[in-house]
Design a protein around this ligand. Structure first.
Ligand code: GDP
Ligand code: ZN
Length: 291
C-alpha cells in the first residue's frame, strides 16, 4: 500500500494511508541499505504488519518531487503564508523574509490576508499595492465567517506548507478548512496552538483527498541563511524585469546611479515597502558575512 509519511518520531514513521488511516511504521529491509533517509512528506510503500494495531514496515520510498531543507520535508508543492490585514497589522518585513526564503528554495507562495471583516477598504488597497507586480497570488479571507472557499480551492490536491505569526487567525482558518473531515475536527488547530510554545518537528496533517497541510514550526525566527547578498535581488520577482538594465554590472540597486530598479521604484512599478525590505535584508546579509 502507498501512503505518506506525516510525522517521524524516535525511529518511527507515521504513515497516512488514505482510506485506511495512520500506520506506525519502521523502515526495514532492503530499503535500509540505501543512502536515502525517509522524510516527512515522502510517499512510501508500506507492508502492513497488523491491521488492528495499525503497524507496518516502510519498504520503499517513491521518487521525490522536491525536497525542502528548512524545514526538512519532501514533496511540498507550495507554501501559504497567513497574515491579518488588520489587528495585528501585517509585518511586511517578516512576510518578505518568508517570501525570500521560499524563493530561495524554489517554492511558490500564496499570501493569505485574514480578518477582512476588520479591514477598511484602504487597508485592502494598501496590501494590494505593496505586492503589485510581484505575481504572488493574494487571497482575502474572513475565517470567522467561514469565507474561505478560495483558500480551499488553492490547497486542494496539494501539500502546502502553512506559515504565519500567532494571532492572525491561522488556527481559526485551518479549523474551518478541515471541518469536512469530521473525524479530525480540532486536530490542526490544536497542533498549531500547541506549537506556539514548543519546538517541534514538522508534521503533515491530512485534510482531504491528496491534500495535506504542513504546519511550519519556528516562524518567529526567520533568519536568512546561505544567500549571497548579490543574489537576493533575484528573489524579488518584480525586480526581474529590470535586472541587467542598470548602468553598472552587479548593481545592488542601493547607491548606484542610473539604476533601473530605483527608476522602477520612482515610477511606482516597485513598491516602497518591498524595496525597503530588500535594502534591509541586503544589509543583514552583508553583516552576516563579517562573522
Ligand atoms: P492564530 O494565533 O493565528 O492561530 O489565531 P487564532 O485563530 O487563535 O485567532 C486569533 C484571534 O483572532 C481569535 O480571537 C479569533 O477569534 C480572531 N480571528 C480569527 N480570524 C478572524 C477573522 O477573520 N476576523 C476577525 N474579526 N477575527 C478573527
Ligand atoms: Zn540597479
Amino acid at each position: 500500500m502507498i501512503g505518506k509519511i506525516i510525522r517521524g518520531i524516535a525511529g518511527f514513521y507515521y504513515v497516512y494511508i488514505e482510506g485506511f488511516g495512520e500506520y506506525e511504521c519502521k523502515a526495514k529491509g532492503i530499503f535500509r541499505n540505501r543512502k536515502i533517509k525517509p522524510l516527512v512528506g515522502d510517499d512510501v510503500e508500506v507492508e502492513i504488519l497488523d491491521k488492528d494495531s495499525k503497524t507496518g514496515n516502510i519498504v520503499d520510498i517513491l521518487e521525490r518531487k522536491s525536497e525542502l531543507i528548512r524545514p526538512a520535508v519532501a514533496n511540498i508543492d507550495q507554501a501559504m503564508i497567513i497574515f491579518a490585514v488588520s489587528d495585528p497589522a501585517p509585518n511586511y518585513n517578516l512576510l518578505d523574509r518568508f517570501l525570500v526564503m521560499m524563493e530561495q528554495q524554489g517554492i511558490q507562495t500564496i499570501i493569505c490576508f485574514n480578518k477582512m471583516d476588520k479591514a477598511e477598504e484602504e487597508e485592502r488597497k494598501k496590501v494590494e499595492e505593496v505586492y503589485r507586480n510581484t505575481g504572488y497570488q493574494i487571497l482575502f479571507t474572513n475565517a470567522l465567517a467561514g469565507d474561505i472557499e478560495e483558500v480551499k480551492a488553492v490547497l486542494r490536491g496539494k501539500s502546502t506548507a502553512l506559515a504565519g505569526p500567532s494571532g492572525v487567525g491561522k488556527s481559526s482558518l485551518t479549523n474551518r478548512l478541515q471541518s469536512k473531515v469530521s473525524m479530525q475536527t480540532g486536530q490542526i488547530s490544536e497542533k498549531i496552538k500547541r506549537g506556539k510554545h514548543t519546538t517541534r518537528h514538522s508534521e503533515l496533517i491530512y485534510m482531504e483527498e491528496h491534500t495535506y497541510l504542513l504546519d511550519t514550526p519556528g516562524f518567529s525566527s526567520l533568519y536568512l541563511k546561505d544567500i549571497e547578498k548579490e543574489v537576493l535581488q533575484t528573489f524579488f520577482p518584480e525586480f526581474d524585469h529590470y535586472l541587467g538594465q542598470c548602468r553598472f554590472n552587479g548593481c545592488a540597486h542601493i547607491n548606484e546611479p542610473d539604476c533601473a530598479v530605483k527608476e522602477a521604484l520612482s515610477e511606482g512599478k516597485i513598491s516602497e515597502s518591498r524595496y525597503e525590505n530588500y535594502k534591509l535584508l541586503f544589509e543583514e546579509l552583508k553583516n552576516q558575512k563579517k562573522y
